[in-house]
Structures are given as C-alpha cells and as structure tokens.
Ligand binder design. Structure first.
Ligand SMILES: Cc1cc2nc3c(=O)[nH]c(=O)nc-3n(C[C@H](O)[C@H](O)[C@H](O)COP(=O)(O)OP(=O)(O)OC[C@H]3O[C@@H](n4cnc5c(N)ncnc54)[C@H](O)[C@@H]3O)c2cc1C
Length: 491
C-alpha cells in the first residue's frame, strides 16, 4: 500500500473542487441505480466516472437480470414462481457460503425490483426463449439462465426461468447487448432527476474526518482528472460502484489465479481500486476467490454430446447452465475438457439457432469408433470407451443415472464420432469484494459499518459466494445499488 492510497484528512484539504450530498464513484449499473434512489430521496447527487461516458461493463453485457418470485414477465409467459423456490435455488447454486440475509432480501424484493426497472424505462418483451444458448438470440425477454431446470438444482427447487433480458434487436454478443437497453433508460432517468455526472474522473482515495463519536467518517473522494488531483466533498455519503478487479493482475494472481490471463468478461476500468481504497480504511472483504466462468462452446452443441475431462470422465450434466460447466471445468478439472459427439448430433447442433454461432466449434478429431478417438486424443486406454459404454447403456432408455441429464437430451452416442477440443476455453469476471450489509454499508474488519461509506456492484461481494447464474451480477448490482443510494441519502 502506498501513501497515495491511504485516506486523506479533510483538515488537509484547502479547497473543494466539487461538492454534493451524495458522491458516487462509477456510472455503471450499481452507480446508476444508487444515483436514481439518492436523487429520489431529495439529495443532490454527483457521479464521478473514470471513462468518457456512462455505461461500464453493464452497457456491454448480454443484459440478463436475475429476477423471480412471480414477476409480471414470468406470469405473462405462463411460469409460476415463488420467493421460497427462488431462495432455495440461489442458496444452493451460488454457494457454498452465501450471505443468507442478502439472498433473502433480494428474493423478497425481486418482483418489486422488476417493477422498479420497468418504471425507470427498461423495456422487456413478454416472451420466452427455450432453446439451449447463452442468451436469447432475438429480443425475447425471459430464459433459463442458471441451470434451474437441470440436475442437481431441479431436485432442490421447483424450476422457473429467471433470466430477464431488456428488449434489444440486432444484438451482437459482447458489443451490443441487452445491457445497453438497461443502462440507457437508467442514465436518462438519473439525468431527469437532476443527477450530475463528471467524466474522466478516476476515484483514487477517500477523504475522512472524525465524527462526533471520535470515529473516522468518509466525507469525500480524491479523483484524478487529466493528471491533476480533484477534491470532491460528500456532505452525506460516498458510494463506491467502480466494478471488479478482473483487470488488476496483481489482485487476480493473489485472489483468483485460475482466471489470470483468461479473457475477462469485463472492462479495463475494473482495476480493483475501490476495494483497495476502502481496505486502506479498514474495510473487510468476502469471497475474493469467487468467479463467473464463461464456457466458450455453443450449448446447442454440448447439450447433444458428453463433456469429459482429461481422464475421459464426465463431470457435469451437459444440459445445464454454460457458466456452471465453465466453473467445474476450469476450477475442478484443471481446465481439461473434450466434447464427444456423434455426427448426427453434431449436425443437429450446428443447425440450431444460437446467440453465439461463433462458438459452434469444429471437431479436432473424427473417428469411426470411440476406441480410435480415445487413442487419437491421447487418453488412457479404456478411459473414454468405458465412459461412453456406461452412458450408452442407460441412454437407450433415455436415462442418465450418473449425472441426471434430462431425457430429452439423452441419446446413445453412435459413429462416426468426434471430439471438440475445449481445453482452457473459458474466461470470466470476479465476484468477490468489499463486505457490505443489506443496506450496502461497507463493513470494517471490526464488524461495524464504516460511517459515510457505501458500496455495491462488483467492487463488493454480492449474492455469489462461489457459484453463479447469469443475471446475478446486474441483479445484485442494481438491487444493492439502489440500497446504497437510499442509505447514503439518509446518512
Ligand atoms: C460481455 C459481457 C456480458 C455480460 N453479461 C452479463 C449478463 O447478462 N448479466 C449479468 O448479470 N452480468 C453480465 N456481465 C457482467 C456485468 O456487466 C458486470 O458484472 C456489472 O456491470 C458490474 O456492475 P458494476 O456497477 O459493479 O460495474 P460497471 O457496470 O462496470 O460500472 C462500473 C463503472 O465504474 C467506472 N470506474 C472504474 N473505476 C473507477 C474509478 N476509479 N473512478 C470512477 N469510476 C470508475 C467504470 O468505468 C464503469 O463505468 C457481462 C459482462 C460483459 C463484459
């Protein structure tokens, strides 16, 4: 830690360049939602954004927002859901070690949060997309996004699709997704409420003062703009909403090394600075090793075959959420993975409609028999043949007693048979960060909230403790971003 990270004392500030009641660092999803709520609470709000405009990773995102419990969109598409089933699913799928209080509040507030987003102008088309895929390829609003209807979760909680996607036509994954249609109306709403934004402002360190109880209180931020220090006073509170540490190699090496050097589903501004700034004041952390892991193969293909690790063994029901496949592959199977698929299923998968046709990868090996394929790949003799024998023995009856893949996707593997080389085909973003409570107050290592300091989004640990479901990041970022705005306004 250098002196440039440690908090400055307010008494040492000669002039304040900017002032507001609530000062928010970061104009992505968490910052936008915090700004709207703080402004609606009647406070004067200033957002400092490092980039040249609002948006952050959120504006590039596919746009899944994880919501449920019976939203208007779920109901319009004919799906029943409840707070209890959503809570059961998230507790199992995002763990082990979830913050139960956060999961409870999030699930209880989910229907109202959907209505809040709609009220703020976020458009959702009342239609469901049911094909395997990363996201709806067209503008449909609802999809399964976390493996709710796959083993083991379909036996833990009654499945319902909860991936809500803002309506957007002519999508391009990673460039022009539903996340833009989330951020655009939110930033418009913030502007209409009188929220001010200053761009090219990079929050660098906190400013503190001693409150009436003799405790350090956060009263501002020092930011850098075009190389010069800028001081910003926060009369009520500071909200940190600057995103993850996915682009800080040193932090990645220390906390999430398996993702180091992998393509990050993030933006370069995510350098972990806010985490370090708050740590310098004694903030606690949680789940710094938790990561979302995208798996780079089209689900239209891998649902139709079997995925095996470097020992030729299956490790996941293939009809599940692709991010779960990615996590189990990278974090538990040394990044080793081959898709074994016969010709007929490969052709079907290639013809399937998809949001990610670029991930319809060609086989590396094609053979007449599994024994030949096993030798070509270089697997131990008998390893893949015994896996396929076992799979086929039950597949003739449409069963998968080993991993519980659903009957509709279970089919014996015939010949010719191919292997698609998926070793290391993964990347993602970090989910751990500052420890916050359900009011988005940043918690000190002594267990008490740090006065005047609030945070939300990926600079905090939100709902995910290890597992992930698509939409949880924009979901908890927006939900607890709103809480941060309310809390800072009341501080
Ligand atoms: C291609 C892609 C697809 C994705 N799809 C989904 C999805 O479908 N569903 C989902 O839930 N998540 C998705 N994500 C992840 C999601 O976008 C992020 O996790 C989420 O936006 C994090 O919210 P945030 O508010 O913390 O960060 P952001 O939305 O990135 O906002 C942070 C803002 O802070 C700014 N900033 C950074 N440092 C500073 C600083 N020092 N001072 C001032 N400002 C600063 C950044 O420039 C940025 O504008 C996707 C991400 C990508 C890249």
């Amino acid at each position: 830690m250098t002196d440039l990270l440690r908090p400055l004392r307010a008494a040492d500030i000669e002039t304040w360049d900017f002032e507001a009641d609530v000062v928010i660092a970061g104009f992505g999803i968490a910052g936008a939602c915090a700004a709207i709520e703080a402004a609606r609470a009647g406070t004067d709000v200033l957002v400092l954004e490092r980039a040249g405009g609002w948006g952050g990773a959120a504006a590039l995102a596919g746009g899944f927002i994880y919501l449920g419990g019976g939203t208007a969109l779920q109901q319009a598409c004919g799906f029943e859901d409840s707070v209890e089933e959503m809570t059961k699913f998230l507790t199992a799928a995002l763990g082990p070690g979830v913050d139960e209080a956060k999961i409870d509040e999030y699930c209880q507030g989910s229907v109202a949060h959907y209505d809040w987003l709609v009220d703020a102008g976020v458009p959702f088309k009342m239609s469901y997309w049911g094909e395997p895929g990363y996201e709806p390829p067209f503008d449909d609003g609802l999809m399964y996004s976390g493996g709710e209807n796959a083993a083991p979760f379909n036996a833990i909680a009654k499945p319902a699709p909860r991936g809500h996607v803002p309506q957007m036509s002519d999508k391009r994954t990673g460039e022009k997704g539903g996340g833009y249609m989330l951020m655009k109306p939110l930033s418009n709403t913030a502007a209409e409420l009188g929220v001010r934004a200053e761009y090219d402002m990079r929050a660098q360190r906190l400013i503190i003062d001693v409150d009436a109880d003799g405790v350090d209180r956060v009263v501002g931020i020092v930011a850098k703009r075009y190389g010069a220090d800028v001081t910003v006073r926060a009369r009520r509170g500071v909200v940190l909403a600057t995103g993850s540490f996915a682009y800080n190699d040193d932090m990645m090496r220390r906390f999430a090394p398996r993702l180091l050097g992998k393509p990050a589903a993030s933006v370069e501004e995510h350098d972990g600075r806010a985490i370090r700034m708050a740590q310098a004041l004694g903030a606690d952390l949680a789940h710094m090793d938790a990561t979302e892991v995208a798996f780079f193969c089209d689900p239209q293909l891998f649902y139709r075959g079997i995925l095996v690790n470097g020992r030729g063994q299956r490790f996941v029901p293939e009809d599940t959420y692709s991010g779960r496949v990615g996590q189990l592959m990278l974090l538990q199977n040394e990044g080793q993975c081959f898709l074994i698929i016969d010709e007929a299923s490969f052709e079907e998968g290639m013809a399937g409609t998809s949001s990610s046709p670029q991930l319809k990868i060609q086989p590396r090996w094609v053979c007449e028999s599994v024994a030949e394929l096993e030798a070509e790949i270089g697997l131990a003799e008998g390893a893949l043949t015994s896996t396929v024998d076992l799979y086929n023995r039950h597949a003739v009856n449409g069963q998968d007693p080993l991993l519980g893949k659903k009957t509709e996707w279970v089919k014996p593997i015939g010949g010719p048979v191919a292997a698609i080389d998926l070793r290391g085909m993964a990347g993602g973003f970090t989910l751990g960060g500052l420890l916050t409570d359900t009011d988005s107050r940043v918690i000190h290592v002594d267990g008490s909230p740090i006065p005047g300091l609030f945070a939300a989004g990926r600079c905090t640990s939100g709902l995910s403790a290890w597992g992930y479901a698509s939409g949880v990041s924009l979901g908890d970022g927006s939900f607890f971003g709103r809480r941060a705005g309310v809390s800072a306004a009341q501080a």
